[in-house]
Design a binder for this molecule. Structure first.
Ligand SMILES: CC(C)(COP(=O)(O)OP(=O)(O)OC[C@H]1O[C@@H](n2cnc3c(N)ncnc32)[C@H](O)[C@@H]1OP(=O)(O)O)[C@@H](O)C(=O)NCCC(=O)NCCS
Length: 182
């Protein structure tokens, strides 16, 4: 992972950011379809935010440091401990800031947070084979292709095949205390 100074920072997504989030997702429907459906209305946002209540899913905005503008979002989803110590990533750029490398930098920070603070061992990204921008993003970040999962996620009204891409913690790595000793 790059040690270059980054132009973005991560901040936990909060209920107070509803208007900003929904106006950016609304502006980004053309970019997100058919790959990703994010809440567009206040009601959907409030309901969607409940997924972060118990810590199993964590949600962040990727903000440009200089301006504070939200360039995108990243979720660390389905955190499982025990002998797995893994999670899966969900992410999207917001249209006004897409194609400028902010998501690459934001995901670099999400990987650092996951491996160093949450002490996860494995992160997955599950991507439809035609989603070339997302495939390019995970390749840049050093994920490896592990295989095709048929009918993996229900997206845009159908069960879609997904490529499974993953990255494991760099060494040295300090395990979370919940990892069994043997
Ligand atoms: C997938 C997605 C998040 C990628 O976002 P992105 O804006 O392309 O990603 P980045 O911010 O890293 O930008 C990379 C692009 O910026 C360009 N770029 C410009 N300046 C750059 C810089 N300083 N550093 C790195 N890249 C830069 C890169 O060349 C690249 O463009 P290219 O693909 O034409 O070569 C976005 O397409 C998206 O939101 N898609 C819909 C949602 C989605 O598919 N989510 C994932 C589901 S699995």
């Amino acid at each position: 992972m790059s040690e270059m100074p980054l132009r973005v920072e991560l901040s936990p997504l909060t209920l107070a950011e509803q208007e900003e989030f929904c106006s950016l997702t609304t502006a980004s429907v053309g970019l997100h379809m058919p790959w990703m459906q994010l809440p567009l209305t206040a009601g959907d946002f409030t309901a969607w935010m409940r997924r972060f209540d118990d810590g199993v899913n964590r949600g962040f905005l990727i903000r440009e440091r200089e301006t504070g503008v939200a360039a995108g979002m990243v979720n660390i989803n389905s955190i499982i401990r025990g002998r797995y110590q893994g999670a899966s990533l969900g992410y999207a750029a917001f249209a006004p800031s897409a194609g400028r490398g902010y998501l690459t930098e934001g995901l670099t920070l999400a990987l650092r947070h996951a491996f160093e603070d949450l002490r996860l061992h494995r992160l997955e990204a599950n991507i439809q084979p035609a989603n070339t921008a997302s495939l390019a993003l995970v390749r840049r970040l050093g994920f490896r292709y592990e295989g095709l999962s048929p009918a993996y996620l229900f997206i845009d009204g159908a069960w879609r095949d997904h490529e499974r891409w993953a990255i494991t913690a760099p060494s040295p790595w300090t395990p979370d205390p919940s990892l069994p000793k043997v």
